[in-house]
Design a protein around this ligand. Sequence first.
Ligand code: NAD
Length: 493
Amino acid sequence: MSKQKPLLNFINGEWQRSSANDFLDVINPATAESIATVPLSIKSEVDEAVKAAKAAFQEWQYVPVVERIQPLFKFKALLEEHLDDFGKIITNECGKTYNESVGEMRRGIENVEVACGTPSLMQGSNNENIARGIDEHMFRQPLGVVTAITPFNFPGMIPLWFMPYALATGNAFIHKPSEKVPMTTQLMFNLLEQSGFPKGLISLINGGKETVDALLDHDDIKAVSFVGSTPVAKYIYSRASANGKRAQCQGGAKNPAVVMPDANMEMTTKILTDSVFGCAGQRCLATSAIVTVGEAQKEFTQMMLDSASSRKVGYGLDKETTMGPVITAESKTRIEGLIEKGVAEGAKLLLDGRQQSLADEFKNGYFVHPTILGDVDPKSNIAHTEIFGPVLSMMHADTIEEAIEITNNRRFGNQASIFTSSGAVAREFRNKAFAGNIGINLGVAAPMAFFPFSGWGESFFGDLHAQSHHGIEFYTQTKVVIERWPSDWSRQF
Ligand code: NAD
C-alpha cells in the first residue's frame, strides 16, 4: 500500500483521521497508479457518527421545512461552482470521460433542486367533517438517523439521489461511499460543510463491509438506502429489514433493447452505441443486450460494428477520448473471462476488445475496448449475466412477440428499450416489457429527478424508490390525527 495520508471521515462537524487498522489504495483505473488511501472505518466510528447525528436530529426535526431547505440552495450553488473539480476527480478515480463525469453531477444537482421543493412535496392531506365536529389529518414526520451506501459507478450522482431528500424532510444523514471512489465524496462534504447545516447532522464514513454491517446493526439507524450489485443489495435488504429498518436497495441489471426493422437506423445506432459503451458499460442503465427483429438484423449489426469500432478508448481527461477504462484489474479480468465464456457457449465474437494496446502512459490501465458478441443464445448464461463492461450481446427474433418474450425472460428489470417508428408497437412494448424504466427510441431511460428511479425484479428490493416523491415518502412516516372540536364546547368558555 502507498504511504499517502489516508482520506478523512467527517463526523460531528469535524474532519477526523480514522483509527482503522485496514486501509486500501484508491487507484486511477487509467494508469493503475494509487492516487489516495482510504480507511476501512470501524464500528466505534460508526457509533460516534450515529450519536452525533441523533443529537443533531433532536433539533433539526423541528426546524421549519422552509428553513431546512435553505442550506440546500447554497449547496446547489457550490456544486455548480465546482463542476470542473468534480469532473476531474470523478474521471481520475472512476475512469469515465470528463463529459460523463460532469454529466452525472448535473443529474445529481437536479435532485438537490427537486428536494428544495420539499415544503410542497411533504404536504400531508386532510378531510374536514369525517363525522360531525370531527376532522382528520395526515402529517409526514422524519424518521431520525438514516444512511446511504453507494456504489463506484456514479460517485457524484447517486449520493444525491438520497441525501437532499433525507435532510429536507428533517432527518440526519450518514453516507458510506464506495471504497473504490471515495475522493468525490470528500469534495462533496467540503461543500456541505460550507452550506450551513448544523453540526453532526451529516456524516461521511469511509469503509467497507465491517463499516456497512455496523450501520445495518445500529439500533438508532432507521432507514437504509443502497445502490450496488444484486447479491449485496439482497444481503443489505435482508439484514436491514431483520433489524427493523426501512430499506430501499437497488441492484444490478442486464438491460435489453429491441430494434425493429422500421427504426431510424442511423439514430438508433448512435443512441445505442452511447448506451452500450458510454461509461465503459458500467452504468446500471447501459444497454447490454440487443434483440433485432426481422430485417433489422443485417443492416443494424453492421452499423453497430462500425460505430463501436470507432469509439476512441483512453484516459477520460483527454478531449478526444469517448470511452475510459473499467474500474479495477479484477473487473477487467472478469469481463474478459465472461467474453471467453460467451464464445464457449456458442456466441460469435464479432468485435473483440481484449488485448488492444494503448500509449505507454496507460499501458497498465484497465482498458477493455468495445466488444460485440453475435448470435447469442437467449437461453445461454451470457445472455443473463450482468457483465458491467463494454460488451454487447446480440440476439435475433422473427417477430415483436418473440422479441418481448426474449427480453422479458430474465431476472433483472431495470430498463428495457425499443427502437421503432410505430406508435402501436411502442405502445405494446411499453405495456408488456418487464422493467421499471422504459425507453422508447431512447437508450438510457434515466428518470428525471422529479420522477422515481424505478427498477423491478432483482434490480430492486423494497417498495419506495430513489428520487422525487418516493424519496420524500421513504424518509418520512405518516401520522394521522383525528380531532373532535364540538362547536358547543367552544361556547362554554
Ligand atoms: P457493490 O455491490 O460491490 O458495492 C456497493 C456498496 O456496497 C459499496 O459501498 C461497498 O462498499 C458495499 N459492499 C460491497 N460488498 C459488501 C458486503 N459484502 N457487505 C456490505 N457492504 C458491501 O457494487 P459496485 O461494484 O460498487 O457497483 C456496481 C453495481 O451497482 C452493478 O451491479 C450495477 O448494476 C449496480 N448499480 C445499480 C444501480 C441501480 O439503479 N439499480 C445504479 C448504479 C449501480
